[in-house]
Design a protein around this ligand. Structure first.
Ligand code: SF4
Length: 177
């Protein structure tokens, strides 16, 4: 299973996300340490989870053990928070994070045609005014992103019995003792 198509798509999405952040900067509060988008338990496509596993396998053993303990604590407490969210609001797998995490914050267009954004952003505008204030070319089409990622993932797992998606925390299993 090669993930070249996924890595190429990640590079495109990152470039678009940069454009979106620049084009909508006047209305965004995104900054390091803001974890508003990470207080949720996410799932990921298998091609994304495998990239995270490879990243985790490069971390020191002590760091991987700490992540496993964090997952156990979250499971016990039931807290709704991503296992990779560090105490300082950073992401323990930042360079390998899933695509949805790379598009957090700015306004995006949902499959039903509506715009959505992090509730911490655009706080100075009425909801109805957002679409009139930002350049449409900076708005990510979530449907296109999801469809492209699903196709890439389907090709990635073709011929295997692996599931299309799994909880993000499951990426810890084979690499974090
Ligand atoms: S993987 Fe990283 S960026 Fe994504 S939700 Fe978890 S902590 Fe946040």
């Amino acid at each position: 299973m090669a993930d070249g198509a996924y890595l190429a798509f990640v590079a495109k999405v990152d470039a678009f996300a940069q454009l979106a952040h620049a084009g909508q900067a006047a209305y965004l509060r995104c900054e390091h340490g803001c974890d508003g988008c990470c207080r949720v338990r996410r799932s990921a496509y298998t091609v994304e989870a495998d990239r995270i596993r490879r990243h985790l396998s490069t971390l020191p053993l002590t760091q991987r053990e700490a992540l496993r303990r964090r997952r156990d604590r979250l499971d016990e407490s039931g807290e709704s928070k991503c296992v990779f969210l560090d105490d300082d609001g950073g992401c323990a797998v930042y360079t390998a994070r899933p695509l949805i995490c790379r598009t957090h914050g700015p306004a995006v267009r949902l499959p039903d045609g509506e715009l959505a954004w992090c509730e911490l952003n655009f706080t100075d505008l009425e909801t109805a005014d957002v679409s009139t204030r930002i350049d449409g070319s900076t708005i990510l089409d979530v449907n296109l992103l999801n469809h492209t990622l699903a196709v890439i993932n389907a090709q990635y797992i073709a011929g295997t019995d692996r599931p299309a998606r799994s909880p993000l925390a499951a990426a810890l299993d084979p690499v974090c003792p």
